[in-house]
Design a protein around this ligand. Sequence first.
Ligand SMILES: Cc1ncc(COP(=O)(O)O)c(C=O)c1O
Length: 373
Amino acid sequence: MVTSMADLAIDLGALAHNYRQLRSLCAPQVKMLAVVKADAYGHGLVAAGRTLAGAGVDYLGVGSLEEGLALRQAGLALPVLLLLGILPQEAENAVAADLEIVLFRQDVAQAVAAAAHSQGKKARVHLKVDTGMGRLGLLQDEVLPFLASLKRHPQLEVMGLISHLAVAEIEDKSYTLKQLAQFTGLLAAARSQGWELPLSHIANSAATWELQEAHFGLVRPGLMLYGSAPAPHRPPPVALRPVMSFTSQVLQVKRLPPGSHISYGCTYTTTDWCRVAVVPVGYANGYSRLMSNRGEVLIRGRRAPIRGRVCMNLFMVDVSQIPGVKEGDRVTLLGTDGGERLSADELAGWAQTISYEIYLALGNANPRRYLGA
Ligand SMILES: Cc1ncc(COP(=O)(O)O)c(C=O)c1O
């Protein structure tokens, strides 16, 4: 029985399973950093971090100093990388918590070195290189001079180069291979100047799955850990299990005569007698208003289309074709009911976005209920 109006469940067993599946795609010596930034893509930073650490992951990657500190406060001692780097004023805290830092600014290098010096320790940094993502990082020509400048800071232990791939999920790998070639070239050039760079990395989920030559010393998957494929129409060779599911229950059932309007704006008008179920979920729950007149839910193992606009806390579905629907029946918005499944990719299609944003929107707007690891 469903007891709450909106129930967001996180299956930590599925998360651990997906981790093991991804590991099976990598050679034994390749380490894995699980990307748990943005509250583990909405799945819950500490719960996901603990589960992955328990399953044996080597590194966790977070988006902010606060997230790194939260992992430490939760007692997680494994290496944690601050994927966006830090601000100079965050250096003391980052170094004190032994967080590893992505680096691409001189002022940050200086601040981290000073913090490490004052704390009597070394700080691990990963030099960020922009090989074609056009986002964070040093451009090709800036890498060797930046590395040379780091010789001034013996407190910094340069672990390696880090870069990010822009289109690794598409079938045509030509752009990705260009990025890889630049990355490999830079690594070789740096090593020829005496830099050891023991841990360089560029592979997201897509490259972990499809490009072994991109694995280097460490892979950095996010999305696949949470059970989604980077290319929705090309299933990866490993069986991933969805981690997040979202259900509700029918709050009211009513029968509307032909010519009735449904929801704000009267954007849907019944053409016949229609049985409608009212669902107590809306955009306040991270369920996009773009689902209006477009999305579907599952009730009694069957699909029911959304009619009219999604409101802040409610929306309506047509259950005329589903016999016996009554108040209290489970409504599945994301997940499986009987033989039917609604994936984050399908929801993303209706909401004109990507599965990442579906997970974040639902995960951040609803209390999470964890199912055992
Ligand atoms: C720097 C970095 N590495 C790895 C990832 C993981 O990517 P994905 O979730 O596609 O596996 C991300 C995600 O955005 C990222 O920003």
